[in-house]
Ligand binder design. Structure first.
Ligand code: SF4
Ligand code: SF4
Ligand code: SF4
Ligand code: FES
Length: 948
């Protein structure tokens, strides 16, 4: 697609049921009441010159470029700040207005460097364009007087520069930072001639509280704020609209290209999940696609201690196929399996589970959702009838009370967090349930009414206590329960929840949250017009993860907070396509669309379509595969885009399982940690190199489009197809759209989905079928998918992971904004300036007891293992709790996490580990070994041709 900028309407769209009719330059126009004249004109195709207006932020009216005449009104009002009125007659162009605009432009240009030809924004500069539009021919004031031309450039941010010499002080950046991002990092400092844009306390961008979302860069009409990549590479010449490959928000972007090189990523205003916004990862952290560490040629080796041997694709695929056949012949059909990737597309994930079921002939398929949101799937399907989140992201704009439980959206789901914070600034109330004082608890212009800093592992107890208050204080929505829910189950639940052990006073003792705070929070949520719950892995990654999901569902049903906008129970999914990988049948017990493998009719459907017979028994989960490997019955695995050695709990056990296998095939971009145990390495492709779809946390199916040819030669779906063909199946897909057609044919919730429709609609939220031809933004409207909503008794059972004299502290883990998951991508980008290493957060009291000071190296030990990392002494964590991230393989927090897991789904209990912390004398033994191994891997990476 040629590079056509999205239209900037000057001011945001207004939602109003009332309309207003007027004429602009003689043209009749009808728009919603409250629309600015500027926007009404642009919607009618009339462009009014402008500089300070921008349709992502409210108008400011400072530049005076957009003056218009209105019949019967004196003067020349600014069209960006003047709302339309019935019968208004507006003139946007005449000699008088042109002269006024030229005069204004002259003043701007007299204090602007005239280096247009060598400026990085040349050809894409609104100042330049507007000067042309108003017919500027001379600058009468000259450059002799005081000016700003020798101001110093700030290049501290890794991705963009700030050149104050080019600034026209339009404040678009300041408003974007406030209104779009909600960080408030920028201000206009000083007055009159001295007024200037200041980051933080007038420091450089890197030192300030800027989170590098890039909203200001996108807003800037000049080259003042501009991407370093544009300065280096020049202006892009074509664009490809695609979906971010990082988190579950699923932001839509235009990859702006020169040939096959990305120049920059610009968030799409048409993107229904992000509405033109992004975070630092999606906008800037795409450089990993070209990183020299990327492996582009397949490699094999007989033993994991042998050096890698680079081979042709033919040899690698033939070797893989013959190894799997050999293993199955020797150890049985069930001795091999596969792991699908939540980073790959739906079509690729679908093919991996199809390979396992239809070619390997068993159901030994699993996915990383096992270790994050499997309790969501189970808990929500038991209570509501489907495992999906209930709302679209936009729904939060109608919430009156938002309860965030075990989630840190400003770090892990930043664009949704910005959206949520906008609603909170507009008056919605906030309850945060989290052991840590996350940014949401208190940030610029946002403050939680209640923070419930519960002890890790006590979610269920606290949720039950909230429900206890709601039931005890008459806050149950009886009408909703009577009409929409199973009333017998409700009565059982009420009897349970009223029990004294569920009272806030009883729960306060083990959760550490004062009873009064629990009561107040329950009253706030229970009394809300619209109460919305958003939750994350701080809920699911527990031995009672599924119970906690059910407890939230109970709360929402009891208070009638389901089935409309502004309410719901919403999982914030981690990886970009974790929703899709679950939808596509990655779990061992479910075919695509969450249909149980034991269902004969469903199986018959797939058997007929695929021309195979399917096993009716569920296969092995990841941890069962590893157990079986250690026991000697599981011998081969195909792992697509997943680094289980780093991301799964109890690293020593994962390593033992992998080491016991005879053929480990890793398909990835980089020689990841799991590849240490691999016999075959198949280079994978990035999201920029293929077509397909991702599904975000709101069930939105978004298009991924190929912006360049795969540097490794094949998209991942093609590699899986090559393996299937080498194993004797005549798969013959020539494009992922054919795979989606097959998914739609076999999966009722996707029946109306096709690439052609997605091209037309932009994106759609499943279910998309005859009943919901344009998709389903809100679930359970008028009735639950399962019929009646099912209340379930959610007894609190304390985890077996207990603190004691040996391990007196509780470790919980999480993510940070600049890094993503195990860091394989983000560690290979400029994002490392913000997070070079994982650190252990420890409360000052616990630190002092151990003689630990900020920055000291400490040893973190549990009954599973130990690691060494540096300490950060902070009150963000409560006494008795420590916290770290898991982005760096040098520290691998999962060496410490245990093998405890959720009772229903085996989701590991990452969030609760009893640990001890003490000063360290140096790296642990495994860290020393790791460094040596990493050095070997680096040498391999250097030995193979680097990506251009
Ligand atoms: S990059 Fe984002 S956070 Fe930083 S100053 Fe710009 S808008 Fe604000
Ligand atoms: S940096 Fe750009 S957006 Fe901000 S005030 Fe200056 S010209 Fe306007
Ligand atoms: S919020 Fe998530 S999807 Fe959006 S740009 Fe950031 S990482 Fe990508
Ligand atoms: S665009 Fe209207 S005053 Fe600047």
């Amino acid at each position: 697609m040629s590079l056509v900028s999205e239209i900037d309407f000057g001011t945001p769209a207004v939602k109003s049921p009332e309309t207003v009719s007027l004429t602009i330059d003689g043209q009749a126009v009808t728009v919603p009441e409250g629309t600015s004249i500027m926007r009404a004109a642009r919607e009618a195709g009339i462009k009014v010159p402008k500089l300070c207006a921008y349709d992502m932020v409210q108008s400011f009216g400072s530049c005076r470029m957009c003056l218009v005449e209105i019949k019967g009104r004196p003067g020349t009002p600014a069209s960006c700040t003047t709302p339309v009125a019935e019968g208004m007659e507006v003139t946007t162009q005449n000699q008088r207005l042109a002269k006024l605009r030229r005069n204004v432009m002259e003043l701007y240009i007299s204090d602007h460097p005239l280096d247009c030809l060598t400026c990085a924004a040349n050809g894409n500069c609104e100042l330049q364009d507007t000067a042309g539009e108003v017919g500027l021919r001379e600058v009468r004031y000259g450059y002799a007087g005081a000016n700003h031309l020798d101001q110093e450039k700030d290049a501290s941010n890794p991705y963009f520069t700030f050149d104050p010499a080019k600034c026209i002080v339009c404040s678009r950046c300041v408003r974007a930072c406030e209104e779009v991002q909600g960080t408030f990092a920028l201000t206009i400092d000083g007055r009159g001639f001295a007024s200037h844009v200041a980051a933080g306390m007038d420091e450089d961008f890197l030192q300030s509280e800027c989170v590098s979302c890039g909203a200001c860069v996108q807003a800037c009409p000049t080259a003042t704020l501009i991407e370093k990549s544009v300065i280096e590479m020049g202006q892009p010449e074509h664009g490809v609209v695609t979906t971010c490959a990082y988190c579950g928000v699923g932001c839509s972007f235009k990859a702006e290209m020169r040939g096959e090189e990305v120049v920059r990523m610009v968030p799409s205003k048409d993107g229904k999940a992000n509405h033109g916004h992004s975070c630092v990862k999606g906008r800037f952290a795409w450089g990993y696609a070209n990183h020299k560490d990327r492996i582009l040629k397949p490699m094999v080796r007989a033993k994991v201690t042998d050096p890698w041997r680079e081979v042709s694709w033919e040899e690698a695929i033939a070797h893989t196929a013959s190894e799997f056949r050999r293993i199955q012949a020797k150890y049985g059909k069930d001795s091999v399996g596969g792991i699908t990737s939540s980073r790959c597309t739906d079509e690729e994930t679908y093919l991996v589970q199809k390979l396992v079921r239809g070619v390997f002939g068993n159901n030994n398929t699993d996915t990383c959702a096992r270790v994050c949101h499997s309790p969501t799937g189970y808990g929500l399907s038991k209570t509501f009838g489907t495992s999906a989140g209930t709302q679209d992201f936009d729904s939060v704009a109608d919430a009156d009370v938002v309860m965030v439980i075990g989630a840190n959206p400003t770090d892990a789901h930043p664009v949704f967090a910005s959206h949520m914070k906008k609603r909170l600034r507009a008056g919605a109330k906030l309850i945060v349930v989290d052991p840590r004082r996350t940014d949401l608890v208190r940030s610029a212009h946002v403050e939680a009414q209640y923070h419930l800093p519960l002890r890790p592992g006590t979610n269920v107890a606290v949720l039950n206590a909230l429900a206890h208050v709601i039931v005890g204080e008459g806050l149950v929505r009886d009408d909703f329960v009577r009409e929409r829910c199973d009333t017998e189950a409700f009565a059982d639940w009420v009897a349970f929840i009223k029990r004294p052990e569920n009272s806030p006073e009883a729960v306060a003792k083990h959760s550490g949250v004062p009873a009064a705070t629990i009561r107040a929070a329950a009253r706030l949520y229970g009394g809300a017009g619209n109460g919305a719950i958003y939750y994350g892995l701080g809920v699911t990654e527990h031995s009672q993860g599924t119970t906690a999901v059910m407890a939230m569902a109970n709360l929402a049903m009891a208070t009638g907070n389901l089935g409309r906008r502004g309410v719901g129970v919403n999982p914030l999914r981690g990886q970009n396509n974790v929703q899709g990988s679950c939808d596509m049948g990655s779990f061992p017990h479910e075919l695509p669309g969450y249909r149980h493998i034991s269902d004969e009719k469903v199986r018959a459907l797939f058997e007929h379509d695929w021309g195979v017979s399917l096993e009716p028994e569920p296969g092995l989960r990841i941890n069962n595969m590893l157990d079986a490997a250690v026991d000697g019955s599981f011998k081969g695995i195909y792992i697509e885009g997943e680094d289980i050695l780093q991301s799964d709990p109890d690293t020593a056990h994962v390593a033992a399982g992998l080491a016991a296998m005879e053929c480990v095939v890793v398909q990835d971009l980089f020689l990841n940690e799991t590849a240490v145990y691999a016999h075959v390495f198949l280079p994978g492709s990035t999201f920029l190199e293929k077509d397909g779809t991702f599904i975000n946390a709101e069930r939105r199916i978004g298009m991924v489009r190929k912006a360049m040819r795969p540097k490794n030669g094949y998209a991942d779906w093609e590699i899986t197809q090559l393996i299937a063909r080498a194993m004797g199946k005549a798969w013959s897909y020539t494009h992922p759209s054919q795979i989606m057609d097959e998914i739609a044919r076999l999966t009722p919730t996707f029946a109306g989905v096709s690439f052609e429709r997605l091209e037309r609609e932009g994106s759609m939220q499943w279910p998309v079928n005859d009943k919901a031809p344009t998709g389903t933004p809100i679930m359970h409207v008028g009735g639950f998918v399962r019929g009646k909503g099912m209340f379930l008794v959610t007894e609190y059972v304390a985890t077996d992971e207990k603190t004691g004299p040996r391990f007196p502290l509780l470790l919980t883990t999480g993510r940070i904004l600049s890094q993503y998951n195990v860091g394989a991508q983000t560690r290979r980008t400029g994002n490392v300036v913000w997070h070079e290493e994982d650190r252990l957060e420890i409360h000052p009291h616990d630190a002092e007891q151990r003689g630990v000071r900020d920055g000291d190296w400490v040893r973190l030990a549990s009954r599973s293992g130990e690691t060494t990392l540096r300490a950060r002494v902070t009150e963000r964590v409560a006494p008795g709790v420590v916290y770290t991230t898991f982005h760096h393989p040098e520290t691998q927090a999962n060496v410490v996490t245990t093998d405890y897991s959720d009772w229903a789904t085996n989701c590991p209990e990452y969030k609760v580990t009893a640990v001890q912390v003490g000063l360290s004398n140096g790296p642990t033994e495994w860290q020393t070994r790791y460094e040596a191994q990493a050095e070997r891997s680096r040498r391999v990476a250097e030995a193979v041709p680097a990506a251009e």
